[in-house]
Design a protein around this ligand. Sequence first.
Ligand SMILES: Cc1ncc(COP(=O)(O)O)c(C=O)c1O
Length: 372
Amino acid sequence: MNPPLHRPVWAEVDLDAIRNNAAVLKAHARVEHLMAVVKADGYGHGAVPVARAALEGGATWLGVALVEEGIALRDAGITAPVLVLSEPPAEAAAALLAAELTPTVYTHGFAAALTAAAGDGVVDVHLKLDTGMRRVGLAEEFWEPAFARLAASPSLRVAGIWSHLAVGDEAGNAFNELQGERFARGLAMAEAVGLRPDLRHLCNSGGTTLYPALHHDMVRTGIALYGLEAAPGVKLEGLRPAMSIRTRLSLVKRVQPGDTVSYGRRWTATEPTVIGTVPAGYADGIRRGLTGKGQATHRGRRVPMAGTVCMDQLLVDLGPDADAEAGDDVWLLGGPAEDPVTAEDWAAWLDTITYEVTCGIGARIPRVHLGE
Ligand SMILES: Cc1ncc(COP(=O)(O)O)c(C=O)c1O
């Protein structure tokens, strides 16, 4: 396909992979509801096309971090239920409801803001319990009074109760069981005062993969939907990575032993070899930390990056006998190769997690959605 802009660097997002992954997750979880977490522009994949593909694949809910992200889905014509995963400031309550987004609630202040914004209407809310993450959520000491207050509220209906796992991606970690028990206790207490949530949910991708007993009525999957490991080795069979990053060599040159390449002269040729220039760099999220570690693929073969990654360019060592010319495809992620470069490789090279890899691919790299 042709590069979309004047610079041949683009990310291809395979929407068939998203559809497939949603279906795989739903089949595995055996729950009625699958939430596709599409915050942060769909973990860098493009929230709107990913949301549509996930819904086509069987997702029934969407999850966002920001009211703005939910409004963007609505502006694109998406009508599926959207949960805002944290409370926004109270001033955002009216905008949240106007966009028909579902609020998460865990403070008295935000519940009051929603009540005021609801007017004479009734608003469905999802109540978030803190069962151990200690980030956001209602602390256990407040569960009983909050449940009682919500049970008596004429404006807020508790349509969901949920929590979030801190180590869902760790097999055999007893903290998951503990969070599961606390969550079950919270649900029982809520029921005892008459709350009847339609949806109870606890698991992210890691929990969905490793802890079937904690699936409840819905699982909320982000990273697995994009076909990536939640942690090394934590990935369901059948999931396919959706994102590839494709570039074309802007220049090819021969270097001789002793020649150095790029800023800081950190790479020295030890034999005559062919260096290719790739027109993408750290300003695109191709992180400078890949210097001395990163690889790409050229003509189906892995080649190492050579020298310091620059702001807009990087170099690859195509090898002494390379059959290469300017305009050749180079894939920084994915692509047609027996051993394509993966987000998991990047995560290892950069000492980070797959999430940060795709979220970090800059806005300067256009996303091209395949299979729309
Ligand atoms: C509350 C909540 N639920 C679900 C997810 C999805 O997590 P994952 O990408 O690990 O599936 C996230 C993402 O961080 C989250 O914050």
